[in-house]
Write a protein that binds this ligand. Structure first.
Ligand SMILES: Nc1ncnc2c1ncn2[C@@H]1O[C@H](COP(=O)(O)OS(=O)(=O)O)[C@@H](OP(=O)(O)O)[C@H]1O
Ligand SMILES: Nc1ncnc2c1ncn2[C@@H]1O[C@H](COP(=O)(O)OP(=O)(O)O)[C@@H](O)[C@H]1O
Length: 197
């Protein structure tokens, strides 16, 4: 597979982009149950960064599954491949100087670790959007828990498929205790404290 493929180093690299943008670049990886608030929080953070002139971009679960990953299902193997591809895409964005926010359930620690390890140390921020399943189920913004409880969706995360909480995330957002605005504020101030922005 790997033979006949040559790596090309570009003359403009990650440090040039960072210098031009005047901020760090890397991957802000939000993980959590469906309905925990990943998309809402990531969207607000992206908006805040944009308003500050930061080169930021949001990759969101449902949208990626409509395009790049539309061939993938929700088996453990396909979720792994989903996260692997997203990780590679996120890495390219980071190399181009962007702060990329991703909002995927990404239920397996090993898959999240794999993404962490393809990035340079410190360039991957694992964000646990922590919300108890009963609260997620109460919100049920897309009616999917209802369907899963009725058996109309099989292998739904938190119902009949696992969610492995992050072992050591860089930050935990308690989206059951704090509203969207406050969770977004906490994440932005974390990025400030790390000198990313
Ligand atoms: N079986 C099953 N389990 C979990 N989620 C399901 C399932 N089927 C469809 N959906 C919808 O797909 C969204 C999750 O896609 P992800 O790409 O984030 O999932 S994963 O990271 O590969 O596990 C998820 O979106 P969010 O609610 O935004 O998390 C659901 O809307
Ligand atoms: N603190 C909070 N953070 C994020 N979303 C919240 C919060 N409190 C309530 N919500 C609501 O919960 C729902 C979460 O949906 P969504 O952002 O799509 O979650 P996910 O992407 O994790 O599936 C939205 O309707 C949102 O308005």
């Amino acid at each position: 597979m790997k033979s006949n493929i040559t790596w090309h180093d570009a003359s403009v690299g990650i440090e040039h982009y960072r210098k031009k943008n005047n901020h760090h670049s890397g991957v802000i990886w939000l993980t959590g149950l469906s309905g925990s608030g990943k998309s809402s929080i990531a969207n607000r953070v992206n908006q805040r960064l944009f308003e500050r002139g930061v080169q930021a971009f949001l990759l969101d679960g449902d949208n990626v599954r409509h395009g790049l990953n539309k061939d993938l299902t929700f088996t453990p193997e396909d979720r792994e491949e989903n996260i692997r591809r997203i990780g590679e895409v996120a890495k390219l964005f980071a190399e181009g100087g962007t702060i990329i926010l991703t909002a995927f359930i990404s239920p397996y620690q090993a898959d999240r670790d794999q993404v962490r390890h393809i990035l340079s140390t410190g360039d991957f921020v694992e964000v646990h959007v922590d919300c108890p399943i009963d609260e997620c189920e109460k919100r049920d913004p897309k009616g999917l828990y209802k369907k899963a409880r009725k058996g109309e969706i099989k292998g739904f995360t938190g119902v009949d498929a696992p969610y492995e909480k992050p072992d050591s995330p860089e930050i935990v957002l308690h989206s059951d205790r704090y509203d969207e605005e406050e969770c977004a504020r906490q994440l932005v101030s974390f990025l400030e404290s790390k000198g990313w922005i």
